[in-house]
Design a protein around this ligand. Structure first.
Ligand code: NAP
Length: 466
């Protein structure tokens, strides 16, 4: 029998997850010189693009234009999209193993880290990722009853997700209403009583994980002042040295400028606070009503940066009825795929799946994106990550390191299996029908797009089988 990847017999690959890293893996496979390849791209939702659709903030449309690149890959005749197919529910890993030469997991990080403090489970305490999914119309988060009927909100963590949340809370809903933000979110934001938003960093301004452009944008929100305490910008020696990093310096200068401006006159305030750690969410009648913070000192961590150490000095911010923890995403295990519990991602060695951390390689199985590295980096970071993993796939292919199993790689193998299980598969052409409808529905109300926010709505909206 001919070897996979040769002119006589394509290499058949399943990519699980149609977010940025999945699409970049598809793209890299299509571009591999001399490789005869066929790729089936699966996603648990009927809609592709992962965080480019469900994570990127609605007022950051330029970032979303990256989907044009993904569309090109999806429209290549060697690629098929199987939307609305969930690994572990509609199809098992063993079933994929029997139908593909290689499998790439591009499943991202679908959960988040906890703060681990008392009161974290009170009403009003949420994960930032829930809020992001909610305002972006992701079906999983659509029905979370966010209640913005409080005076103040706190966002814990100083990364770009925290900044997105801050902006959505503080921005004029009329500005957001023109984007592709979910309609249910705009109506709740219009009723919002939140006047003060706190951005809480456990370390200092030089250690902030947000990008300069993001914090600058916060300073430009028309109806809110960015308020910074100058004394919280005082730097220890290690942090001073950290200013040689261009992004850290820009962040610092932006914060310093805000500190010099003072509190301003706008009726909404965004307080950026540093060297404070939440130690308790205080509740009343089961709901968050205040947040208790401990002041931190920064000490060298022995790795060139600083760590926060509590000083035993506390303060309480009253009136905080909403807390969003934005302290990082975390992967969730996929049935049948080895998981690294500690790191919260697929167990892997540089992109090759391993049976357990430090254990042997699982032949023919690979991982890309956040599921491989953990939740860091911008969308573009995933391209190099996927290219590197695809490099390993081709290296293994050339070395004959493929799992030994009888594989039915016929074109019909996967569709036949899914049909036998009555899975309602959404093709890329059908997604494009949904896409057209969303854009048309948005036009009616002066928006870029009005997303379908329930899977059932998407399925009933799409045209006949393509
Ligand atoms: P992140 O960049 O890793 O930031 C997490 C933040 O949480 C850090 O400030 C971290 O502080 C803090 N933190 C962690 N544990 C904490 C704890 N127990 N208590 C208090 N603070 C804690 O994560 P992210 O914001 O979720 O973003 C994920 C990735 O997506 C990033 O690479 C980000 O740049 C990217 N992203 C980009 C955009 C954009 O380009 N517009 C938008 C959204 C997301 P320490 O540093 O002290 O650990």
């Amino acid at each position: 029998m001919s070897a996979p990847g040769t002119a006589e017999r394509p290499l058949c690959v399943a990519v699980i997850g149609a977010g940025p890293s999945g699409f970049y893996a598809v793209e890299a496979l299509l571009k591999a010189p001399g490789l005869n390849v066929r790729v089936d791209l699966f996603d648990r939702l009927p809609t592709p693009y992962g965080l480019a659709r469900g994570g990127v903030a609605p007022d950051h449309q330029k970032i979303k234009s990256v989907t044009a690149v993904y569309d090109r890959a999806a429209c290549d005749p060697r690629v098929r999209f199987f939307g609305n197919v969930k690994l572990g529910k509609d199809v098992t890993v063993d079933e994929l193993r029997a139908r593909y030469d290689q499998i790439v997991y591009a499943v991202g990080c679908e959960s988040d880290r906890k703060m681990g403090i008392p009161g974290e489970d009170l009403k009003g305490s949420y994960s930032a990722t829930d809020f992001v999914g909610w305002y972006n119309g992701h079906p999983d988060y659509r029905d979370i009853p966010f209640d913005l009927n409080c005076e103040a909100a706190a966002v814990v963590g100083i990364g770009n997700v925290a900044i997105d949340v801050i902006r959505i809370l503080a921005q004029d809903p009329d500005v957001l209403a023109k984007t592709d933000i979910a309609e249910h979110a705009v109506s709740v934001l219009r009723q919002s009583q939140v006047k003060r938003v706190y951005l809480l960093g456990r370390r200092g301004p030089v250690q902030a994980a947000f990008s300069p452009k993001e914090i600058e944008e916060v300073g430009e929100i028309k109806r809110a002042d960015l308020v910074v305490k100058e004394e919280e910008l005082k730097l220890d020696e290690v942090s001073k040295a950290g200013l040689c990093d261009a992004a850290a310096k820009k962040n610092y200068d932006c914060l310093l400028e805000a500190a010099h401006k003072g509190a301003g006159r706008k009726d909404r305030k965004i307080f950026a606070r540093f060297c404070v750690s939440p130690v308790e969410l205080i509740g009343k009648d089961g709901k968050v009503c205040a947040i208790k913070l401990e002041r931190n000192n920064l000490e060298p961590d022995g790795k060139g940066s600083v760590k926060a150490r509590g000083l035993g000095r506390f303060e309480t911010i009253e009136g905080v009825g909403l807390v969003f923890r934005s302290v990082g995403y975390r992967g969730i295990p996929v049935p049948g795929v080895p998981f690294d519990e500690k790191a919260g991602r697929v167990a892997n060695a540089d992109g090759r799946v391993v049976a357990a951390v430090g254990g042997p390689v699982v032949l023919s199985e690979y991982v890309v994106g956040w599921a491989k590295r953990g939740p860091s980096g911008l969308i573009g970071t995933n391209r190099a990550c996927s290219v590197a993993t695809v490099g390993l796939m081709l290296e293994d292919l050339r070395a004959g390191k493929l799992a030994e199993r009888g594989v039915d790689v016929s074109m019909e193998a996967a569709p036949r299996l899914l049909a036998s299980k009555a899975v309602k598969v959404v093709s890329f052409a059908q997604w494009k029908e949904i896409d057209k409808l969303e854009i048309a529905n948005g036009k009616k109300s002066g928006k870029i797009r009005e997303k379908f926010t329930r899977v059932a709505e998407m399925l009933s909206a799409m045209g006949p089988s393509a």
